[in-house]
Design a protein around this ligand. Sequence first.
Ligand code: PBG
Length: 327
Amino acid sequence: MATFPTSRLRRLRRTPALRRAFAETRLDPASLVLPAFVRQGADGPEPVGSMPGVLQHDLRSIVELAERVHAAGVGGLLLFGIPTAKDEVGSSGWDPEGPVPAATRAIRDALGDELVVWADVCQCEYTDHGHCGPLDERGVVVNDEAVEGYVRDALAYAAAGVDIVAPSGMMDGQVAAIRDGLDAAGHEEVAIVAYAAKYASAFYGPFREAAQSAMSGGDRRAHQMDPANRREAVMELTLDEFEGADALMIKPALPYLDVVADARESFNLPVVAYHVSGEYAMVHAAAERGWLDGRAAMREAVLSIRRAGADVVLTYAALDLAEESAP
Ligand code: PBG
């Protein structure tokens, strides 16, 4: 590399056309996935206060959303369900008539295989206490019983026609158990994208309003990862690879770009990052106050997640980014 004045790095930054031509990373809508909420028994969509632009959908509006997502070239839709009934174990999670199976069938009827449909697999939206599985007498989630529930959820979602199940409960052994359960039931084609390194994060706050999954008490720090840990994430990713995950997810995204970069460096499986509710909400909140340009900040955030090494980004801004013209 020559030095100044022969070398002038500004030459390739001079015009929009030059910058476009030499961009190392692109925000292709196909590499984005939109998370969406579907509420059982809903009579029309309802806005989520802490997440501008995000709705709790009914069956009709989730299909309209899927059609819009497909038309915009967004890579897929990740479904979360809000059931009418909750209990201690979260049994409405595996009800074949539950919100996620019903939405999946409706989307398949409208779009066939043209849109990739993902289902989040966890009990926290389905338990009356809001934890990720059944609790013991101390109020701690019982690992192996929670996993049994995830297998039943995954089977219900696979039977309804999802392409991908994404277990998010951070129970040990969940990926292997789901793979075995799916294969034994003839669903060997359904992929598992493991929430492999999922941190106990304050950035999930708005999600719990959107999914109506606030906890009655306690926290998730005994199973989700400690934000202090980076090497431990490599162990989590390694275990999920061995257990048969088809792709590895890191969550949240922006505060954990080092982990995303590690995953890209050390694994050949696709890397997925989840730009979570709080990351989305804070950009909107600042933009509403006029403190930053929300569109530009959102685009920069998601581009940065791709630059750090994510092949696919789950983001509530997927449709906005896809529908906006490129900068
Ligand atoms: C659990 C789950 C959560 C999120 C995705 N799956 C909540 C949690 O772990 O507490 C959070 C997503 C977000 O904040 O956008 N089913």
